[in-house]
Design a protein around this ligand. Structure first.
Ligand SMILES: Nc1ncnc2c1ncn2[C@@H]1O[C@H](COP(=O)(O)OP(=O)(O)OP(=O)(O)O)[C@@H](O)[C@H]1O
Ligand SMILES: [Mg+2]
Length: 266
């Protein structure tokens, strides 16, 4: 029996000004359980700024960012710090990969896990029994995640030595280590070759289906977006110009117009 969908993220009229520039202009968007939702639009449309407002990097100028964590009460998270947003259950990756390059692949995932463990600095130094147990659990959980993203054979490699596509998957594993109910991916396929993109496509669907994590994704690869998204929102110059199913979006004249320039470049 299909589970009933529940709203997880509800953004209403989100606006973000940088001085005189309105980078995001009254954008509303929702993501529910079991969904893969895409946010698309030409370069500079305001997609990353939207993510930054939702994940606590910026405090939006106007609008509401409401989170409905499963089994918990709704929270308005405007102005919450990024760590707090992660602890609530929303994790993200970055358009420009942010890994600890001189740490191992395993350690990068373990760091993500840190927000779910109680080990204090003092605990880590004293290394009491509970600290050791938690550390062991963190290691095991991190290995599990590396298996899920297909990187377990690289566990002891420095992150900087991974091929680009693998670094992007490592970022996803690190975000998953925080036990999110919603994962926000900012251009996860950027710089990937077609084989890597196909593997990513499958990974994202698997995360949604097996891990029960909803996905909000910014992506320029239209094949990937059209393949896996339930719903798509389109932004241009900070404004939301369309939303709908992949079929709606593909045939929407405004979207085609907004993308013509980009397709001519591609
Ligand atoms: N911190 C900032 N200060 C000033 N302007 C900013 C800042 N961050 C983003 N902008 C501006 O806001 C607009 C939207 O940028 P944003 O990075 O959100 O676009 P995007 O849709 O993610 O584009 P891309 O597809 O190229 O990643 C751009 O004009 C950008 O220059
Ligand atoms: Mg961006």
């Amino acid at each position: 029996m299909p589970e009933t969908k529940k709203k997880l993220l509800e953004v209403k009229g989100l606006t973000m000004d940088f001085g005189g520039l309105r980078a995001v202009d009254a954008v509303s968007l929702e993501v529910s359980t079991g969904e893969i939702v895409a946010l698309i639009g030409p370069n500079g449309a305001g997609k990353t700024t939207f993510f930054n407002c939702v994940t606590g990097i910026y405090n939006p100028t106007k609008g509401e960012v409401l989170v409905h964590p499963p089994e918990k009460k709704t929270q308005r998270i405007n102005g919450f710090k990024p760590n707090r947003v992660t602890t609530i259950g929303m994790a993200r990756t970055f358009q420009n990969i942010r890994l600890f390059h001189n740490m191992t692949v395993l350690e990068n995932v373990m760091i993500g896990r840190h927000c779910r463990t109680t080990t204090s600095i003092v605990g880590a130094i004293m290394r009491g029994a509970s600290t050791k147990r938690q550390e062991q659990e963190t290691i095991e959980k991190s290995y599990e995640l590396l298996k899920k993203v297909g990187l377990v054979n690289f566990a002891d490699e420095f992150a900087k030595n991974l091929p680009y596509g693998a670094q992007r998957r490592l970022e996803i594993a690190r975000a998953m280590a925080t036990d999110p109910f919603l994962l926000l991916l900012d251009e996860p396929a950027a710089g990937m070759n077609p084989q890597e993109t196909k593997a990513l496509d499958e990974l994202i669907v698997r995360i949604r289906d097996t891990e029960k994590i909803a996905i909000l994704l910014i992506e320029h690869d239209m094949k990937l977006v059209m393949n896996i998204s339930e719903r798509i929102y389109v932004m241009e110059y900070g404004k939301e110009i369309a939303q709908g199913t992949p079929m709606d979006i593909r045939s929407n004249p405004r979207v085609i117009e907004a993308y013509l320039g980009e397709e001519a470049d591609a």
